[in-house]
Design a protein around this ligand. Sequence first.
Ligand SMILES: *[C@@H]1O[C@H](CO)[C@@H](O)[C@H](O)[C@H]1NC(C)=O
Ligand SMILES: *[C@@H]1O[C@H](CO)[C@@H](O)[C@H](O)[C@H]1NC(C)=O
Ligand SMILES: *[C@@H]1O[C@H](CO)[C@@H](O)[C@H](O)[C@H]1NC(C)=O
Ligand SMILES: *[C@@H]1O[C@H](CO)[C@@H](O)[C@H](O)[C@H]1NC(C)=O
Length: 356
Amino acid sequence: TCYCCCFALFFSLSPARRVAFDCERKAVPVHWSSQAYIIGAQPLCSQLVGLSQGQKKLCQLYQDHMQYIGEGAKTGIRECQYQFRHRRWNCSTVDNSSVFGRVMQIGSRETAFTYAISAAGVVNAVSRACREGELSSCGCSRAARPKDLPRDWLWGGCGDNLNYGYRFSREFVDAREREKSFPKGSHENARLLMNLHNNEAGRRIVSDLAHVSCKCHGVSGSCSLKTCWLQLADFRKVGDALKEKYDSAVAMKLNSRGKLVQMHSRFNPPTNHDLVYIEQSPDYCLKNQSTGSLGTVGRLCNKTSEGMDGCELMCCGRGYDQYKAQIVERCHCKFHWCCYVKCKRCTKIVDQFVCK
Ligand SMILES: *[C@@H]1O[C@H](CO)[C@@H](O)[C@H](O)[C@H]1NC(C)=O
Ligand SMILES: *[C@@H]1O[C@H](CO)[C@@H](O)[C@H](O)[C@H]1NC(C)=O
Ligand SMILES: *[C@@H]1O[C@H](CO)[C@@H](O)[C@H](O)[C@H]1NC(C)=O
Ligand SMILES: *[C@@H]1O[C@H](CO)[C@@H](O)[C@H](O)[C@H]1NC(C)=O
């Protein structure tokens, strides 16, 4: 129900610009039909609280892109919540200042992840929108034929326009950082460099995972003819890959020339496919207004797991309460000819554990 406002909220990160933003009240059309945005052209971009000056200009020039930018950011947020569902910080979206709340003010690994996955979501959504013919300024991919494609296969099915999606995301998402200017060597400038690095890492991962996809033609499925095109990976794969990058994220600091360099030089320097961070994460154990941490009181945990989802780690040693909960499941599924599966609903009682 809330596309662009989600995006606008997320990118409205500076505390000075905290604006309570109510998607309903601003009445941003959810599915902008072409009429809606052509007639209402001017108000749209100015209504989107949280866009930077540069982003407002891009919004005016590329109004038909805005819905996809919003959808992309939203896909990124959903994937973030999936990837972190068993962690203390679960990518929950609360606060008013940004979708992710004040924790984004800390230049932590978690912040790095959210920037990367949102930028990745935008590349993904815009590239696909091009292919689907939804945008006036791009169409199917015009990527060159891969050299190793067998000679008798055709290249040129309508592919995801990764090249356009990548470039547009770089212009739009990075605009917010690029128009800022902070003294060299300041913490703010370090954060700016960190954000740009992680935005780029997110986009690179999407690009790394894009692949060639083919379809068979020919007499009665003989597959004597194949047509192939560029296809973006399923976004879950992007999430999985970025989660691995999160686990191996590189700690950085500013050097004397105001550049970000790795904290521990014994490791390889990060590439632009890696995530970087400049501050330690808070422990996210307790609710804390100043860090924006929600705490883990009331979170479900797993009594037998020794991982982050286990009660010991999730509850930060505070202990847990045990409940009996009733859950409803699909069961006794039967296959019917032809072709569907019919299931019953069974309820069962399970033990649930909840952090104190
Ligand atoms: C969000 O804004 C509302 C009203 O604008 C305020 O009452 C509430 O305390 C704010 N929440 C946070 C977490 O800052
Ligand atoms: C909140 O976090 C800050 C920064 O880590 C810390 O200094 C402060 O003591 C915390 N406050 C509470 C109430 O835990
Ligand atoms: C994420 O954590 C918050 C705070 O502990 C909790 O309120 C929320 O329900 C959690 N979300 C999910 C999807 O588990
Ligand atoms: C709890 O953790 C154990 C060990 O990792 C796992 O086998 C089990 O499926 C988990 N239970 C739930 C309900 O997720």
